[in-house]
Design a binder for this molecule. Structure first.
Ligand SMILES: [Zn+2]
Length: 684
């Protein structure tokens, strides 16, 4: 080997470590990865290969010797794990499954091996600690040694039991251990992910790249009510110290978890006691069927069944030797960018979209891919005429992963993001702190059209027959100007429209009549206020019961609600203060059109045991900051108000409580000490 090639490898090792650490930080600490898992795996494999070639260059801080990011991002309190939470060694080629078996046999010196298989969930690993059967701590993996305390959020995931169930005669009558550390994966089902992104798109919010990012973002919220609104799921897959519990096989651990009340993966691909042939059969079977599972997976976890062998095999610095993750081939495809278009959304956001030569990715033909925003587009430097790799992210939104630079034609000019709205040619604006450029013209035809579509859309008033082409026709003919104008349309006006006979005109009028008594939340959502999605609309409808009351609501009343932050309150204020919306609101609340929204009674559910209860916090508590106490109450459906009134249900009084306590006493309200408050939370 020549000195110069060795020097090159040494340099490459340094580069790879830096790159991997950079991407680890984005992935683990910020939930905003810039590269796909497959690209990360390739970098990691290259580093591992080079370090095997030069063992003397391996350092303890190399990413191959550690898991994930250096430390989680600030915000949530840190937790030190009792035992390291390791990740698994990955196999990128199926042949490595055979190598794993051969290596393990060599290490053990003999014997037949039996394996347990389970799909590898593409979610977020967490640890749950139960003391005497009660959940006392939930923590993310973080760097494997220190994670983040997400207990309040975990309590909002219905798959996570708060109390363990007692097993009948489990292992000679043994109950669950007094102290139990369970590990598992928090994930989001594909359908929930799609729904979340769809409603975010409609509300002008940025989209999540894949279900794992959405799940991670939801779990690592400072506000537990956001976790609750995102329908997260959980599968348990192991214990921190299974040998200590007296189990003999991994299959027994899984059976016990199920008995104790955990949800475990139970597809035909989760099987105990298999030989190598069986494992390979499951691997190929799962790869062929991966699209059919309701959640995202990226491979198969293969674990040695016999727990006694786990102790003998032990772990490397980074991963255990008794299990591995065999990954599937990436679902990438190469195609050409025909052009880049900029779309104008309902709130004026300009989104660049790559128009592609149609290509099949994972069984679906893709001809458009999002480029998210100007920064993303420039970072990837996609140009019309480029050859690009396209990936279906979380099987939903196709996205451009990277440009294949070797195939870029000579002289291809960089794409220039337009400085004007492509539809109305108004100068675009970009607010400080926002990634998006927007068209600020509220009468921009593209925005107006999208507002109509949103108003009549499936998640708003659901007006059948009010399609895009009809809306465009009505706008072009000046028959409507604001969305409520559709209620002024007459049979005579409608029946003469092209491709619109008397019958369809009558049907549309019937639909319109029906929509006048739709649920109030549908009207609120239909207003198209930024940051006010379906769920927020439901909360607002439940609380205020009319558009007039919502319009009159103070900022304090708004922010005291679960799920309503200052950003939403500001958007509402902005909307109601905008004179352009005056006619729209007058129509919705006035007598002329006969709009009478239906107000539904709130659904009483176990998830919101404090629903409708108003709390006031005063003084300082030893074990809760004000923000923590507030988020615990809100997570259980309660409201936190800033001042005491006759309507207050509970006043939580800590040390040195002042005038609020005096007033509460004068009004004869229910007063809770910190102890009472803790008991109230524990009783729920
Ligand atoms: Zn415009």
């Amino acid at each position: 080997m020549t000195d110069s090639s060795q020097e090159r490898d040494r340099q490459r090792i340094g580069e790879l470590r830096e790159q991997i650490q950079y991407h680890n930080n984005l992935y683990y600490a910020q939930d905003t990865p810039e590269i796909t898992d497959d690209q990360w795996d390739a970098l990691f494999q290259e580093l591992k290969d080079l370090e095997e070639k030069y063992p003397e260059l391996v350092t303890p801080d190399s990413p191959t010797q550690t898991v994930g990011a250096a430390a989680p991002a600030g915000g949530l309190p840190k937790v030190r794990h009792e035992a390291r939470m390791m990740s698994l060694d990955k196999a990128l080629r199926p042949e490595e499954i055979n190598e794993f078996e051969a290596r393990t046999k060599r290490f053990l010196g003999s014997g037949e091996l039996k394996f347990h298989t389970m799909p590898k969930f593409d979610g977020l690993a967490i640890e749950l600690i139960y003391d005497h059967g009660r959940l006392t701590l939930a923590a993310t993996r973080g760097d494997g040694v220190t994670g983040e305390n997400v207990t309040a959020n975990a309590l909002n995931i219905s798959d996570i039991p708060r109390h363990l169930r007692t097993g009948d005669d489990l292992f000679s009558g043994a109950d669950f251990p007094a102290h139990l550390t369970v590990r598992g994966e928090v994930y989001m089902e594909k359908e929930d992910f799609q729904r979340l992104n769809q409603s975010r798109e409609e509300d002008g919010l940025s989209l999540f790249a894949n279900p794992r990012n959405a799940a991670a973002g939801a779990l690592r919220q400072l506000d537990p009510s956001i976790t609750r609104s995102r329908s997260l799921k959980f599968f348990a897959y192991g214990l921190a110290d299974p040998q200590a519990t007296g189990f003999e096989s991994y299959g027994q651990v899984m059976a016990a978890l199920k008995t104790w009340g955990f949800k475990v993966e139970s597809s035909e691909f989760t099987i105990s006691d298999q030989d190598l042939t069986g494992v390979l059969k499951v691997f190929h079977g799962l790869e062929a069927m991966r699209e059919n599972l309701p959640y995202e997976i990226d491979g198969l976890v293969i674990t040695i069944e016999n727990l006694a062998l786990w102790s003998r095999l032990g772990s490397t610095a980074r991963a255990p030797r008794y299990a591995m993750a065999a990954k599937f081939k990436p679902r990438l495809a190469e195609t050409k960018v025909r052009d880049i278009d900029v779309q104008v959304g309902r709130t004026g956001i300009l989104t660049p979209v790559a128009r592609l030569e149609p290509v099949a990715v994972g069984g679906v033909t893709v001809s458009n891919a999002t480029l998210h925003n100007q920064d993303e587009l420039e970072r990837k430097d996609v140009r019309p005429g480029d050859t690009v790799l396209v990936r279906r992210a979380g099987e939903v939104i196709p996205e451009v992963v990277e440009v294949v630079l070797e195939k870029r034609p000579v002289g291809l000019e960089p794409y220039k993001f337009p400085s004007q709205c492509p539809v109305c040619h108004t100068e675009a604006v970009r607010r400080a702190g926002e990634a998006a450029w927007r068209c600020p013209n509220p009468w921009c035809p593209a925005q107006v059209r999208e507002r109509f579509a949103h108003f009549g859309g499936k998640n708003s008033l659901n007006i059948m027959g009010l399609g895009d082409s009809l809306v465009e026709r009505l706008l072009a003919d000046n028959l409507v100007k604001i969305p409520t104008d559709i209620y002024r349309l007459t049979l005579d006006q409608l029946k003469v429209l092209p491709r619109f006979g008397e019958k369809s005109a009558q049907n549309l009028l019937m639909e319109l009549e029906k929509s006048k008594t739709a649920s109030l939340w549908r009207f609120i959502h239909g207003l198209g206020i930024r940051h006010v999605g379906e769920r927020t609309s439901q909360i607002l409808a439940e609380r205020f019961k009319s558009l007039k009351a919502l319009e009159a609501a103070s900022e304090e009343e708004l922010t005291s609600l679960n799920d309503v932050g200052p950003e939403v309150a500001y958007s509402l204020e902005e909307f109601f203060n905008n004179p352009l919306n005056a006619a729209f609101l007058a129509d919705l609340t006035g007598d002329e059109l006969g709009i009478r929204p239906t107000v539904e009674e709130p659904a009483a559910g176990a998830a919101a045991p404090l629903s409708g209860q108003k709390f006031v916090l005063t003084g300082t508590m030893a074990n809760y900051t004000r923000a923590e106490a507030k988020s615990r109450i809100q997570a259980l459906g309660g409201q936190v108000m800033s001042s005491v009134s006759k309507e207050t249900d509970y006043v939580v009084a800590g040390e040195a409580a002042g005038s609020k306590l005096t007033k509460a006493e004068a009004l004869g309200l229910k007063i809770l000490s910190e102890d009472d408050f803790t008991k109230l939370l524990a009783a729920i």
